[in-house]
Write a protein that binds this ligand. Structure first.
Ligand code: SF4
Ligand code: SF4
Length: 189
């Protein structure tokens, strides 16, 4: 039996590891389910909970996240794009991504316009921006924080980019855990 997929998705305000989601989504898509189908949420949750624990009090958050992932998948199929990239697994250990102070956000969308990596997205009623793909954030980038007129976005200090993330089993090939780009200002900090 083939091993089930593993991925991490934002559920509520936490990145959460999930099993078998890619297969569930692909199967529903093959059956012709559209992202706006009223039955989609129930079917996603039903299949998902066969392999993953869904806290009873968080069912709405799970359903919202699963629907978002489904829409993303369908859009990627339609446009021929690959969807999520996650180029380097070590990014999961590198805390470089924006933190959003939701009460300050007025939903102007300026941060969304400048992010090249699709890190940010809307909440369900599109009144607030959320951090949905933290691992896609580009090391040393601060565009969204600089674009926010209300100071609702905070980036970590540059020093976190110097923290090595290599394990003894995976020796470092560089002296820095950053992207290594010539544009990385952390190297100059
Ligand atoms: S720092 Fe850059 S890559 Fe990261 S979320 Fe903001 S605009 Fe996107
Ligand atoms: S730029 Fe700031 S206020 Fe505007 S949507 Fe983004 S976080 Fe909210």
């Amino acid at each position: 039996m083939a091993e089930a997929s593993y991925s991490q998705i934002m559920i509520g305000r936490a990145m959460t590891g999930v099993i078998g989601l890619q297969e569930i989504i692909a199967a529903l898509h093959q059956d012709g389910m559209t992202p706006d189908d009223p039955a989609l949420g129930v079917q996603l949750l039903s299949e998902f909970s066969k392999r993953n624990y869904v806290p009873p009090t968080a069912r709405a958050a799970y359903e919202e996240a699963l629907r978002r992932e489904y829409r993303r998948y369908v859009e990627a199929q339609r446009t021929g794009q690959t969807g999520r990239l996650w180029r380097d697994a070590r990014k999961e250990h590198r805390p470089w991504f924006p933190t959003l102070f939701e009460p300050k956000c007025d939903g102007c969308g300026k941060c969304l316009d400048v992010c090249p990596n699709g890190v940010l997205g809307w909440n369900a009623d599109e009144t607030k921006v959320l951090v949905l793909e933290p691992y896609e954030c580009a090391p040393a980038c601060q565009r969204c924080a600089q674009a926010c007129p209300l100071g609702a976005i905070v980036m970590p200090p540059m020093a976190v980019l110097h923290v090595r993330t290599d394990s003894p089993e995976r020796p470092s090939t560089s002296d820095c855990a950053t992207c290594g780009s010539k544009d990385c200002v952390a190297r100059k900090a």
